[in-house]
Design a protein around this ligand. Structure first.
Ligand code: 23J
Ligand code: MN
Length: 257
C-alpha cells in the first residue's frame, strides 16, 4: 500500500483527524489596530449580490471587501520590506510544496496567563527541542498561547493607553527559528509580532526577520490546544492573489489519534 493509500484509509477510519485551525471570517472579525498615521485595515464587508431574488432567482452569492491580512491569514515574505527582494516571495509565486509541513507546537499558554506581553525566547525553544527533538527544516512552528480563547474582540486585541498587549517572539527567538529553516511561524494572536512590537528594536522584529529570510507567517489561528507537540501535518495554502502580500485562508492540521 502506498503512503497516500494508507493516509486515505486512516482518514476514513478516523485514525487521522482533521483539525480546523481557522477562525470564522465575517463582519465581526477583529482587525489589527495600527497607530496614526498608518493606513488602517478596513475590516470585513460582505455584500449580497443575489439571494434567490431578482438579482439571481436561483442563486445566492456575495461580494467580499477586506484586507489581505484579515482574520486567519497568511503572511508572504513580500509583506515586509526586508522580504521584498526574496525569490518566490508573494502569494502567486510561492511553490505549493511550501504550504505543507509538519507542525512543532510550543506551548507557552501558562506563561501568557500571567503576562500578556510574554515573548518566546531561544532558551525556551532549546528546552522544547530537548524534550521533543530538533525542529526540522520545513516545519510550521506554532506558538500555543490560548489567546484564541479570548472570544471578546476587546480582550483579543487587549489595547490599553500604552497600546496593544499580546504575546509574541523575542528577536533572537525568530533568528533561531530561521536558523532551523522552518516554513514559518503560526500564532493565535492578530499578528505574528507581539502587541507591543511596534516599540521594539527593530520594530516588528518577527516580521522583519522571518520575511527577510523568505519565511511565512500565520496569524489568528485557533485550536492549537488540539495539536500534539509534534506529529501533526499542517496545510496552509493562501489564495493565489497576483502580487499578493498575504491572504485569508483555511488552515488544516492532520492529527493521528
Ligand atoms: C501591517 C503592519 C504591521 C503589522 C501587520 C501588518 C501584521 O501583523 C500583519 O497582519 O501582517 S504587525
Ligand atoms: Mn499579516
Amino acid at each position: 500500500m502506498s503512503s497516500l493509500d494508507a493516509f486515505v484509509k486512516d482518514l476514513a477510519a478516523g485514525r487521522i483527524q482533521v483539525v480546523d485551525l481557522t477562525q470564522p471570517l465575517g463582519p465581526d472579525t477583529p482587525v489589527i489596530a495600527l497607530p496614526e498615521p498608518f493606513t488602517a485595515s478596513p475590516g470585513v464587508t460582505i455584500e449580497t449580490l443575489s439571494r434567490y431574488d431578482d438579482g439571481g432567482p436561483a442563486w445566492y452569492w456575495n461580494s467580499l471587501h477586506l484586507g489581505e491580512h484579515t482574520g486567519t491569514h497568511f503572511d508572504a515574505p513580500v509583506h515586509w520590506i526586508t522580504g521584498k527582494d526574496q525569490p518566490q516571495n508573494r502569494c502567486d509565486t510561492i511553490p505549493a510544496e511550501r504550504f505543507v509541513g509538519p507542525a512543532c507546537v510550543i506551548d507557552v499558554s501558562a506563561d501568557v496567563k500571567d503576562d500578556a506581553d510574554f515573548l518566546l525566547t531561544p532558551e525556551r525553544i532549546l528546552n522544547w527541542e530537548g524534550e521533543h527533538g530538533r525542529i526540522p527544516a520545513g516545519a510550521w512552528v506554532l506558538l500555543r498561547t490560548d489567546w484564541s480563547k479570548r472570544t471578546d474582540p476587546s480582550d483579543f486585541l487587549n489595547v490599553d493607553e500604552t497600546g496593544p498587549h499580546s504575546p509574541g517572539f523575542r528577536k533572537d527567538a525568530s533568528e533561531l527559528l530561521v536558523e532551523r529553516d522552518i516554513l514559518g511561524v503560526g500564532v493565535e494572536t492578530i499578528g505574528t509580532d507581539a502587541g507591543q512590537a511596534g516599540t521594539f528594536y527593530p520594530p516588528f522584529p518577527n516580521h522583519t526577520i522571518m520575511h527577510g529570510a523568505g519565511k511565512f507567517g500565520l496569524a489568528s489561528l485557533t485550536n492549537l490546544d488540539r495539536l500534539p507537540p509534534t506529529g501533526a501535518l499542517v496545510v496552509a495554502a493562501p489564495l493565489k492573489i497576483v502580487d499578493g502580500s498575504g491572504s485569508p485562508l483555511r488552515v488544516l492540521a492532520f492529527v493521528e489519534r
